[in-house]
Design a protein around this ligand. Sequence first.
Ligand code: AMP
Ligand code: GLY
Length: 428
Amino acid sequence: MRILVVGSGGREHALAHTLTKSPDVSTVFCAPGNGGTASCGENVAIADTDVRGLVALAKDRAVDLVVVGPEAPLVAGLRDELESAGVPCFGPDAYASRLEGSKAFAKDVMTAAGVPTAAYETFTEAAPARAYAKKIGGPVVVKADGLAAGKGVTVARTTEEAVAAIDEAMVAGAFGAAGSTVVVEEALIGEEVSFLAFCDGKTAVPMTACQDHKAAYDGDAGPNTGGMGAYCPAPILPPARYDEMMALVIQPIMAEMAKRGHPFTGILYAGLMMTAAGPKVLEYNVRFGDPECQPLLMRLESDLPAIFMACRSGRLTPDLVRWSPQSALCVVVAAPGYPGSYPKGLAISGIEAAEATGEGAVTVFQAGTKLDNGRLVTSGGRVLGVTALGADLTAAQAAAYRAVEKIHFEGAFYRRDIGDKGRKREGN
Ligand code: AMP
Ligand code: GLY
């Protein structure tokens, strides 16, 4: 098979790396890819949002399957365009992708499907939005409706902060059209966990629960990021509860989407808050999480392209998805200043030395990197995902941090507490 991976992050390096290991895969293309995907196959300089360019590339290179990493091309209709051009694609259609592309749509689908989520209202005018935030009082969450590069959600501690966030989106237009509609909702309290499932339109098979770390600094302090590290399995949601979670947050959405004539194929990712009143959905994503994809794929024992093809053609069965009993943990190494502004072009060293610490159990996935005349340099905020396997969470954490110490670029920083919450829960 010839496979095209769309995207350029750590998730896409992990996808390309895993796909090349399949005996059924002859060639992997990545568009646009990064310094890491370059070593898995061929990078092609087409932006991940250039739908026409990607369809033309897939046809031109006789690609058998397109695997879409990020949400923006899915929301823009990449799957629809590929399939109408006769190219198989793993990922949901544009309508179903609105589960991630529109917060208001997602909340309405959750309500229709009876999925537990925070109480909310949707607004297209600032005055009633402010009034609703005041009515809820205290902490409240303000969400720009559309995709806003991860910056559209404000968890406001006070009504004043909430009003400022509403005005930023709806009056100042900080997120453009994405912020002209806003969801205001009650703030949920608890620990977050990511629950992902492979879906073929009718059948869904869960992956192991993961825990991401969204805040930039140790102890969940500092600004929100795309994710500073993740591990799985996450003890907060043990396998004994997966059936319950499937029935609560995955199957109702599959049924609702099928009812609307858009059966969900691809990955449905539920971002959950484990509240005192039970699990509630914070958001749906329609793709692998990043960095969650990195530790998840380290533990996948079965053939990834076989899973993707089965999802795409409605033949998914639980036996196609097998995981190693080991734990995996990923530590993101970021550029100085991330998630604010940061320098680019910093020379990176130590990747081979980091992988050598693990005797096959450590892989350094590259995210914001590129090759500059054969030299590996930084090109983004999240630069590397140092990912390790271990017999348990404690061992995976120790192995990942041993490897991280070998990585060097100017001003590199990372959280030192990835996995601590899970270890504490296990009594370690
Ligand atoms: P979202 O993109 O909707 O997941 O929001 C990004 C992050 O904001 C989530 O991962 C949570 O950390 C936080 N968040 C979103 N909604 C809520 C909520 N209702 N209560 C508390 N935190 C939230
Ligand atoms: N790590 C969170 C996300 O991919 O949305």
